[in-house]
Every structure is written in C-alpha cells, then in structure tokens.
Design a binder for this molecule. Structure first.
Ligand SMILES: [Zn+2]
Ligand SMILES: [Zn+2]
Ligand SMILES: [Zn+2]
Length: 132
C-alpha cells in the first residue's frame, strides 16, 4: 500500500494508508459511508481530501451507480493524474446492490468520425457471483 502511494507521488501518511487498507479489504466498489464506518474516528474534511487526492493521483476512481449514488474503487495500473484508463466495466448486482469492477470482459473499441472519445464508462447489471 505504501509502495502504491509512492508510485503515485503521494506521501504515505498514516491516514492515507488507513483509507487505502479499507479499499484493499473489499472486492467491490464501496460508498463513502462504508469508509466512514470502517474508520470509526476520523475527520470528515480530511477524509474527503484524501479521497480527492486519491482520485487525482489515479489511486481510486469514482463510479456513478444508476446516476445517483457514488461509489469508489481502487484503480488498476495505468491511471495517473486524472487520466483514468479503465479497461473494465462496472457491474451492478440487482440483488445485493453491490458494484464491481470487472476486468475479464473484452472491451469494445468505440470510435466516432467527428467526436474524439477519450474515455467511456460501461455499466452492466445482473446477478453477481455470490448472489447467483
Ligand atoms: Zn483509474
Ligand atoms: Zn450480488
Ligand atoms: Zn472500476
């Protein structure tokens, strides 16, 4: 975890490491409230700043689920300085309401004659492994 922060040019503060460890515990994308309850005692502003710096450095990415609720998940390699490059889809389980980053699905390449597409987000819905 410390190495990950250093590779993204972030100082490995105890709080950042603590937040990152929480991400590491979950296989699915997590909400801010999940992080908050895992932390127990924390300063909300510090937490929001930490998440923001993680997003900016390419450590985590934000996922908008069904347009309203926001979740966060660890990035794979290749994300840095707001250039998030994800070759994965966001899978939302309609039973447990959890969201997962799925890497194993082959991504389509999107091209448009006049619009330059720099990134896109594919959301899929269905039933996850443990609910199936
Ligand atoms: Zn990313
Ligand atoms: Zn599920
Ligand atoms: Zn993702």
């Amino acid at each position: 975890m410390e190495k990950l922060l250093k590779s993204k040019n972030l100082r490995a503060t105890p709080f950042r490491l603590e937040v990152l460890t929480i991400f590491g515990k979950y296989e699915n994308a997590i909400e801010m409230s999940t992080i908050e309850s895992e932390l127990g005692n924390f300063d909300r502003i510090t937490l929001y700043r930490t998440i923001k710096s993680f997003i900016q450095a390419g450590v985590v990415h934000e996922i908008h689920v069904n347009g309203d609720s926001k979740k966060f998940a660890l990035c794979a390699e290749g994300c840095e300085n707001l250039h998030h490059q994800h070759d994965h889809i966001h899978f939302h389980c309609t039973v447990c309401q959890e969201t997962f980053c799925l890497d194993t699905v082959e991504m389509p390449s999107l091209n448009h004659p006049t619009f330059t597409i720099s990134s896109f987000d594919i959301q899929a819905q269905g039933i996850c492994e443990s609910c199936n």
